[in-house]
Design a protein around this ligand. Structure first.
Ligand code: 1CP
Length: 343
């Protein structure tokens, strides 16, 4: 059975423009909170394929999106490379022993040894292939090497990125060694997700904007492109989505073999279309906080539709949905995207 989401990723005509939301399986859904409570904590939920599968499917059933994104987290990768990981309630992720020097990096597990430890992710995907409606696509994902490295070096989320930035300017060789080791794991991790049944994969570079535009290729984009090209060469039928957040100054320099470019909410869709619309299908890009108002949501969906005109487009938010958005408003966003784009 053909999947409207996969067709749209390849720029084929579809009955309407498909829609999903970044972070669609999460805390704004009471049903998610119930399963998370049963699991005890967030990492237990990621490690439990039955429960991870259940929360992956919730937004399909409850909100009506056209694709499911695997329930997991980008940080399971450094965790399985050997870095202890804690999720501190209310404060987010914490690696108590971040990478300080080459010896710390050398102590981490690399390549297939690390990628093959993520069995709970592959088991979740296999279960999802049995349980997801056949017309819905399953999106696998990873963090970009740079975004993963920010947590591995800083030890936690950061506003200033000062430790990573110090490394960019004073020890770039070590940063490249970290990015190389992570890239090699991520290539195999993506491949394993595809072998388990992922229909599409997305690379999240959530912290792209921390790098000055002139250095973005060197420290992030080229590694993302290497991952995308590895996948496209071996699995040309699997669409690859790149989502670098907050880099409008880099739009002129975007290159590489992938299918969909994820546009963040700070980049006007018309600008992205002008620069990249001929080369890539575009995904995005409503400012997620518009979800607080149904009227503002409708206005924005109509404006994006006006620019994209039901061609070479996938509706999404321009970053993740926030936990205090009413579920009704998320449903409204999804149905409005499907309504305005109907052929
Ligand atoms: O239940 C909870 O309280 C945990 C909150 C939570 C959830 C629901 C975290 C911790 N991760 C997730 C799931 C998650 N993370 C998904 C699930 C699938 C879906 O989208 O529905 C995905 C794709 C991610 C990816 C992720 N994790 C990113 C990239 C996407 C983005 O939003 O930019 C990043 C940066 C993370 C790190 C992370 N994990 C969790 C938190 C709170 C964070 C962000 C911390 C920070 O701001 O630095």
């Amino acid at each position: 059975m053909s999947k409207i989401f996969v067709d749209a990723c390849f720029g084929k005509d579809t009955p309407y423009t498909p829609v999903w939301m970044m972070r669609q399986a999460g805390r704004y859904l009471p049903e998610y909170m119930a399963v998370r409570k049963e699991a005890g904590n967030f990492l237990n939920l990621c490690h439990n394929p039955e429960k991870a599968c259940e929360v992956t499917i919730q937004p399909i059933d409850i909100v009506g999106v056209d694709a499911a994104i695997l329930f997991s987290d980008i940080l399971v990768i450094p965790n399985e490379m050997g870095m202890e990981l804690k999720f501190v309630t209310g404060e987010g992720p914490l690696f108590p022993s971040p990478i300080k020097d080459e010896a710390d990096l050398d102590a981490l597990i690399g390549g297939a040894k690390a990628a093959d430890k993520l069995t709970y992710v592959y088991d979740t995907i296999k279960l999802l292939k049995e349980q997801l409606p056949k017309d819905k696509a399953l999106i696998g994902f990873t963090g970009a090497p740079w975004t993963l490295a920010t947590y591995m070096i800083e030890g936690e989320g950061t506003k200033t990125y000062n430790i990573c930035k110090k490394m960019i300017y004073s020890n770039p060789d070590l940063l490249h060694k970290i990015l190389r080791k992570v890239t090699d794991v991520v290539k195999l991790y993506m491949e394993n997700q595809i072998k388990a049944g992922a229909d599409v994969v997305q690379i999240f570079d959530s912290w792209a904007a921390a790098i000055e535009p002139g250095l973005y290729d060197e420290f992030s984009w080229k590694y993302m492109v290497e991952i995308a090209e590895y996948i496209k060469e071996k699995y040309p039928h699997i669409p690859v989505i790149m989502f670098p957040k907050g880099i409008p100054a880099f739009l002129d320099k975007v290159y590489g073999n992938f299918d969909v470019f994820g546009v963040d909410w700070g980049t006007p869709m018309a600008l992205a279309k002008e620069k990249l619309g001929d080369k890539y299908v575009l995904q995005g890009n409503m400012e997620p906080c518009r979800l607080y108002s149904k009227e503002e949501t409708t206005k924005c969906v109509e404006a994006i539709q006006e620019v994209m005109g039901s061609k070479r487009h996938i509706f999404n938010l321009g970053h993740g949905i926030l936990p205090d958005v009413p579920v009704e408003h998320a449903k409204h966003f999804v149905s409005e995207c499907q309504r305005v784009s109907k052929n």
